[in-house]
Ligand binder design. Structure first.
Ligand code: HSE
Length: 304
């Protein structure tokens, strides 16, 4: 096999209280990828479609960086051309960088028959994320790789559990970050009371997934004392719009991954109303791109 064609989904990381340890896969949007082996000893990269400002320097793109880190660690010398067929809006916390890193590692593992298991795939893919937010967080890459709801059981060594999720509606307001990453502003120094609540909420999220209870799930993701206070403060009218969306019957509302996109969990019956509230609420924000009504998905990387 000399080439492989793949599809990788958008993912929403953190899922409320699970900073860097929870993420879920979405049906749409997604990007497509073609990886082809060649006789050079170089990694090359091409982006077509909605190219935005996505870097094509090998060390600055999450997909090519992940492959080059894998090659370095495994002493592999191999020419590979990566083509990214970009649809997803980037730079807004929809896990697009994680999708690229996961697809590239998944593809190269297949093409070179490396026999990596899921945890190893995720561990290599997360190295690519350094090109984006400067940190090798595994949540987005894990959800893109495996689909469903992922729970990072351990970072050292990386050990990820995929849980199947019931199909629910998610409304996204895609908002680009005004700066490359806001991770540096987030602190774990939140005090005993908030830490207890954070852990309780994480337990509740996992319980809701196990019992396939979407109302409980939405409720559980509504509180986050780590990332949401910092990132919410950077999104004009975030708290007012959250309240309006919850009043309209959404089960939960939080920031998607590193933001500034937001995600509401609801059902098909009130999705349009919630989408409208979000569209109007964020319309004055110069970084607002669009709303997307989508669903949770149990599919990760797919060969197409
Ligand atoms: N857990 C990461 C963060 C996800 O919050 O920065 C980035 O999409």
């Amino acid at each position: 096999m000399n080439s492989i064609y793949l599809k990788a989904p958008a993912t929403s990381a953190n899922v409320g209280p699970g900073y860097d340890i929870f993420a879920l896969a979405l049906e749409e949007p997604y990007d497509e990828f073609e990886l082809s082996l060649n006789n050079s000893d170089k990694i090359s990269l091409e982006i077509i479609g909605n190219t935005q400002n996505i870097p094509i320097d090998i060390s600055e793109n999450t997909g090519s960086l992940a492959i080059s880190e894998l090659f370095k660690r495994k002493n592999i010398v191999q020419g590979v051309h990566i083509k990214i067929i970009k649809t997803m809006p980037s730079g807004g916390g929809l896990g697009t960088t994680g999708a690229s890193a996961s697809a590239c590692i998944y593809g190269i593992n297949k093409l070179l028959d490396l026999g990596l298991n899921n945890n190893e795939l995720i561990d290599f893919a997360r190295l690519g994320e350094v090109a984006s937010g400067g940190s090798p967080h595994a949540d987005n890459v894990a959800a893109a790789m495996l689909g469903g709801f992922v729970l990072i059981k351990s970072y050292n060594p990386v050990d990820v559990l995929k849980l199947e999720i019931p199909r629910f509606t998610a409304v996204l307001a895609v908002i680009k970050k005004s700066q490359r990453t806001t991770r540096g502003f987030i602190t774990y120094e939140i005090g005993q009371e908030k830490l207890k609540e954070q852990m309780a909420r994480c337990s509740r999220v996992i319980h809701a997934i196990h019992t396939k209870d979407i109302v409980e799930f939405g409720n559980a993701i509504n509180v986050d004392h780590i990332a949401e206070p910092v990132r919410g403060a950077a999104i004009p009218s975030y708290w007012e719009i959250k309240q309006q969306v919850l009043n309209a019957g959404a089960y939960g509302f939080t920031i998607s991954g590193g933001g500034s996109s937001v995600i509401a969990i609801c059902n098909d019956n009130n999705a349009q109303k919630i989408e409208q509230i979000m569209k109007i609420g964020f319309s004055d924000n110069p970084h607002f791109v669009q709303t997307i009504v989508t669903h949770s998905s149990n599919s990760g990387i797919l060969e197409i």
